[in-house]
Design a protein around this ligand. Structure first.
Ligand SMILES: [Ca+2]
Ligand SMILES: [Ca+2]
Ligand SMILES: [Ca+2]
Length: 247
């Protein structure tokens, strides 16, 4: 029988071998920790739902506050209000809302002093939804009725900041002084059809007819596969009267 010489292989590990082993062990441990922290983020479906509804309630408060003040223009120097754009994230239609308002003169003091223009901080507001999870690269603007999860964003003149993730629909409808809607919509909000032609919706005449804005927002829990039953989504539909419209 041939004798095998173990004297070299059993002599111990070289420093390089030990270091390589430690690196590999480190990578494996990091992977395990990541796996546990991501699955352990939520313990129950109820917690996921609470997270979603809190985000959506906060979004509703923000939108209500901002849209109510749309078009505030006490100095009447020029037109301030709902905006049109060739940018689908920065116009006033079914999937986005964009408006200006004159609140202050931008001098940074504690007094609100409308100065007749809408180029001061917080005076150029837009809401829209993008196809991403509110982290990393910003995705494309999403259409109304697109039921894939997206990120609700809030822009103040610049790029939109994330407000709520896992929003699976965001739609705006507009009502004139006779309470006539600008869009015909299904009861579940799944489809909107323009009643006022979109071209003319883009004219100032039609934008200035807006007296109230209805927001339809639907969210789903972050990981629906972990939830069973009918509580996977949460819907909010609310109407905001534009305080300064028609004055
Ligand atoms: Ca749009
Ligand atoms: Ca101003
Ligand atoms: Ca001021």
């Amino acid at each position: 029988m041939k004798r095998i010489d173990f004297s070299h292989s059993m002599a111990g590990f070289t420093l390089i071998e030990v270091m390589i082993a430690m690196v590999i062990l480190g990578l494996v441990l990091t992977g395990i920790v990541k796996m546990f922290s991501s699955t352990g983020k939520y313990q129950t479906a109820q917690e996921m739902m609470v997270d979603l509804t809190q985000d959506m309630r906060a979004a509703k408060q923000l939108m209500t506050y901002e849209i109510r003040e749309a078009g505030c223009n006490p100095r009447r120097k020029k037109r301030i209000g709902f905006q049109i754009s060739t940018d689908d994230s920065a116009d006033t239609d079914a999937n986005s809302i964009h408006f200006t308002t004159d609140r202050d003169n931008g001098d940074g003091d504690e007094f609100l002093e409308p100065d007749g223009d809408a180029d001061d901080p917080g005076e150029d507001i837009a809401f829209y939804r993008t196809f991403d999870n509110c982290f990393g690269t910003v995705g494309a603007v999403m259409a109304a009725g697109d039921r894939r999860p997206g990120c609700l964003r809030y822009a103040q003149g610049g790029s939109g900041q994330p407000v709520a993730a896992n929003i699976i629909d965001l739609q705006f409808n507009y009502y004139d002084s006779n309470n006539n809607p600008f869009y015909q919509e299904n009861a579940d909000g799944s489809l909107v059809t323009p009643l006022v032609a979109l071209q003319s919706l883009g004219s100032e005449t039609n934008l200035d007819r807006i007296r109230s804005v209805q927001v339809f927002m639907m969210g789903q829990v972050e990981n629906p596969s972990r939830v069973t039953g009918s509580n996977q989504t949460w819907t909010q539909r609310f109407r905001i009267r534009v305080r300064n419209a028609g004055k």
